[in-house]
Ligand binder design. Structure first.
Ligand SMILES: CC(C)(COP(=O)(O)OP(=O)(O)OC[C@H]1O[C@@H](n2cnc3c(N)ncnc32)[C@H](O)[C@@H]1OP(=O)(O)O)[C@@H](O)C(=O)NCCC(=O)NCCS
Length: 163
């Protein structure tokens, strides 16, 4: 099942494309993360340092499926899902937007788009972990239907899918 490209305007009118990540995007994505604001890292991700970021992106290329948000041909956001090692019908989600593109509706669009794809691909659940104080992320996940399954310093959330 292919990911269908989405074109939309964010809350301040920028034309944003959401599309599947391709291996040719590797360098551009590594660049986005190399310049990533330290305060927007969450639970140790994205990794710090070019080599560690490259290794992480290579891991996601092999083990996961990613979509990116683009503005003026520049990658400004990335969402990845990776199949659970114990249950390949479950995928774990991570998402990071560049600072100037946060809080403009792009994250919500990307999460909704991956939920649609995951349903079409027959996955039964999406899981994620976030910091319990990451209110914006939590707001997006709740808006998209995720429930909290365990709350401690981290918040474990999941969305069962009825595909
Ligand atoms: C978390 C993230 C992916 C969300 O994507 P986004 O595009 O910024 O989010 P959106 O603009 O789609 O939606 C944000 C929602 O949170 C709300 N919000 C913003 N700041 C908030 C706050 N401090 N407390 C509660 N809600 C907040 C917004 O009002 C909006 O809700 P609404 O649409 O009902 O008005 C993005 O901000 C990001 O990349 N953050 C840094 C990295 C990160 O934390 N990733 C998640 C790791 S688990």
């Amino acid at each position: 099942m292919e990911f269908e490209r989405i074109l939309f305007k964010d809350k301040i009118g920028r034309e944003i494309v959401i599309r599947a990540y391709e291996n040719k995007d590797h360098e551009a994505l590594v660049d986005m993360y190399t310049n990533y604001s330290p305060e927007d890292r969450s639970l140790g991700l994205p990794p710090v340092g070019r080599k560690a970021i490259e290794n992480w992106i290579s891991y996601l290329e092999k083990r996961g499926f990613s979509i990116v948000a683009e503005h003026n041909n520049k990658i400004v956001g990335h969402l990845a899902i990776v199949e659970d090692e114990k249950d390949p019908k479950v995928v774990d989600l991570a998402i990071y937007l560049a600072k100037e593109y946060q809080n403009q509706g792009i994250g919500t669009q990307m999460v909704k788009a991956i939920i649609d794809l995951a349903k079409k691909r027959g996955y039964k659940k999406i899981t994620l972990v976030t910091d319990r104080l990451n209110w914006r992320a939590i707001r997006v996940y709740k808006k998209c239907g995720f429930n909290t399954v365990l709350a401690s310093y981290e918040l474990y959330m999941e969305l069962p899918l009825n595909s």
